[in-house]
Design a protein around this ligand. Structure first.
Ligand SMILES: C[S@@+](CC[C@H](N)C(=O)[O-])C[C@H]1O[C@@H](n2cnc3c(N)ncnc32)[C@H](O)[C@@H]1O
Length: 274
């Protein structure tokens, strides 16, 4: 028996684009129509059509499993360990020591990887803190959040393939990972321990909410509509501890231009402060 392929007509695709944009700020590019068509095909078949599926999704809360499947199908989670070595160096060599000093001996270093995809960025922070001897020993909490529930589920497993480790040296791979089934690599438990993940949109962040010493939001703002981008930058700025830092990706930097953030030059990178 052949499975019937349902078509996602352009006019219906526009409804999905609007829904995503309204709920999450995420702009789904026109080029992603066929990807959405194939990734949501099963859900559309069970609803009857893409239009009927849209009707259901529109009435679902953003936290529902069905809406989560739309988010999983729509977002681009491209990431890998040590994607941006300069910003990791700035974090480990300049920002973390300064913030720990500011917090005193018993202070907690709170770090947030906002739009963490499958967790490589958040775990990378733990790795460099271990390499610098800050972990274990000091109190560090690293939070990773992402729109896609599937990305967050994968992040929690801490198991990665060669693609995710393509910029990781063999020495680092041997030191920080152990072999897992199927030729994969599992981050060692002490490195994974300080990192927690939660699935939610940056636009649904509680304000006020817990405050952070360092927030990384890299390669995320570029996917958002302009109004959502400014709103997210405002939310991030409001969640900094006094003197805390925000690290944006080079392509996200424009979003900070019309914001309450000030650019600061570090030896290894640039960062933003309130
Ligand atoms: C290209 S990845 C970047 C991952 C990582 N920060 C990096 O630089 O390697 C972009 C991630 O942003 C997430 N994202 C997009 N819009 C978001 C939103 N409104 N709230 C939370 N996460 C979002 C996507 O789900 C995706 O996993």
């Amino acid at each position: 028996m052949t499975t019937r392929t349902l078509e996602l007509a352009e006019t219906v695709f526009r409804l999905y684009q609007d829904l995503l944009r309204r709920r999450t700020g995420f702009v789904l590019a026109d080029l992603q129509r066929t990807r959405l068509e194939s990734r949501l095909g099963a859900e559309a078949r069970s609803a009857g059509s893409f239009y009927q599926l849209y009707g259901r999704l529109r009435n679902e809360p953003s936290t529902s499993p069905l809406f989560g499947r739309l988010l999983d199908a729509a977002v681009n989670g491209e990431t890998y360990f040590f994607r941006d070595p300069a910003s990791l160096r700035a974090f480990a060599e300049e920002i973390a020591p300064e913030r720990l000093l500011a917090g005193g001996q018993d202070g907690v270093l709170d770090v947030w990887s906002a739009g963490c995809a499958t967790g490589e960025e958040a775990y990378g922070l733990s790795i460099v803190l271990h390499e610098r001897g800050i972990l274990p020993g000091r109190r560090v909490r690293i939070l990773g959040t992402d729109l896609s529930p599937a990305h967050v589920r994968r992040a929690r497993t801490a198991v990665y393939g060669p693609q995710a480790l393509r910029a990781t040296t063999p020495e680092r791979r041997r030191a920080h990972f152990e072999a897992a089934e199927g030729g994969l690599f599992r981050l060692k438990a002490p490195l994974a321990a300080p990192v927690l993940f939660e699935a939610r949109s940056l636009l649904d962040e509680p304000v006020p909410g817990p405050a952070f010493d360092v927030i990384l939001c890299r390669n995320v703002l570029i996917y958002l509509a302009e109004d959502a981008r400014s709103r997210v930058v405002e939310i991030l700025a409001s969640r900094l501890k006094p003197g805390g830092y925000i690290l944006l990706g080079a392509s996200d930097a424009l979003a900070a231009a019309a914001s309450p953030l000030t650019l600061v030059r570090l030896s290894n990178d640039v960062a933003y402060r309130r």
